[in-house]
Design a protein around this ligand. Structure first.
Ligand code: NCD
Length: 320
């Protein structure tokens, strides 16, 4: 695994949540909570990253993650640039690092990277100058650490800090989901009481993955008495054409409808990382219903990314 810490143990990059202790995660969530802003209120800002320059390098589509990293950087006083780059083109090989080194010469301090290929984020992290940090904004199907943190923050806001009493059900295309993998890591680290994986056989992760998760092949079984329901989009971009389930059939068997939601605890919360496919993995009235915390997740995304950007930032020598 890529070492994401400095020699003093502090976090320099954030590529995965693997290896983060419960105390570190709790501290990040506390820090994030200070940046949480009620709808309509003036968002908190400060100058913690004044003078820093952050580059967003996304080679996969993104709305929430890119915009919230951008806002997070700006609200801390940093300059944030969205760069059009081709990161993972293997044919270009070293040209990816040339781009990164060019940006380093332009005094970038951090890169936020989303890429469809495993390993690209860590590869960049391994080759940047010592003062530069690299943050994952989603790596292939493998990890999405800031999403994991914002999901944990959202759960904590509604359910309190004692994860041991919670039953979390993750529903849908778990096999291809980086959101599910990071959720698993963060909820495991926080000591969640029970974790259920609900998916058709073809969308279950490989045996051995998600070792603490209890596998269920129907929502009727898996949703009973759940406290938290995390719905996932079908990641069609990671499936062969023949594997893609029929939308209507999938909704009939796995879609989160009001009757299915009633199987969970009456105060269960419904989450979705978005983008949502209404009428495929979730019914519109559930997505917009009183138990949905989907908009909180988006709001928390900015707060978590502010905390993470601040956590990895270090002062560097001023101009000579
Ligand atoms: C997710 C992603 O890109 O992994 N979106 C997000 O960042 N909120 C989920 C998805 O694409 O389904």
């Amino acid at each position: 695994m890529m070492e994401q810490r400095r020699s003093d143990g502090s976090l320099r990059h954030l590529i995965t949540l693997e290896g983060l202790s419960r105390a570190e995660i709790t501290a990040l969530l506390e820090h994030s909570q200070r940046y949480v802003c009620a709808p309509g209120a003036m968002p908190p800002t400060n100058r913690a990253l004044a003078g820093k320059t952050i580059g967003n390098l996304f080679t996969e589509p993104s709305t929430r993650t890119r915009v919230s990293f951008e806002l997070a950087g700006r609200r801390l006083g940093a300059e944030v640039l969205n760069l059009e780059v081709q990161l993972s083109s293997r044919a270009k090989g070293e040209s990816m690092l040339d781009t990164i080194h060019t940006l380093e010469s332009l005094h970038f301090d951090a890169f936020v990277i989303r890429d469809s290929e495993p390993g690209v984020v860590a590869h960049v992290a391994a080759h940047v100058a010592p003062h530069v940090s690299v943050l994952s904004a989603g790596e292939a199907h493998l990890s999405h650490p800031t999403q994991g943190l914002l999901d944990a923050l959202t759960v904590q806001q509604y359910k309190g800090p004692d994860f041991a009493k919670l039953c979390v059900a993750i529903v849908g295309d778990i096999r291809h989901s980086r959101v599910a993998r990071s959720a698993y890591e963060v909820f495991s680290a926080l000591g969640v009481g029970e974790l259920r994986l609900i998916a058709p056989a073809g969308l279950m992760p490989a045996p051995g993955e998600f070792p603490a998760g209890r596998r269920h092949h129907s929502p009727e079984q898996g949703l009973r008495d759940a406290d938290v329901i995390m719905m996932l989009r079908l990641q069609k971009e990671r499936m062969a054409a023949a594997e893609i389930p029929d939308g209507a059939e999938y909704f009939a068997r796995f879609g989160l409808t009001r009757p299915r939601l009633r199987l969970a605890r009456p105060d269960a919360i419904v989450m979705h990382p978005q983008p949502m496919n209404r009428g495929i993995e979730i019914a519109s009235d559930v997505a917009d219903g009183p138990q949905s915390v989907i908009r909180d997740q988006v709001r928390n995304g900015v707060a978590v990314r502010m905390a993470v950007l601040e956590a990895v930032a270090r002062a560097r020598p001023g101009p000579r």
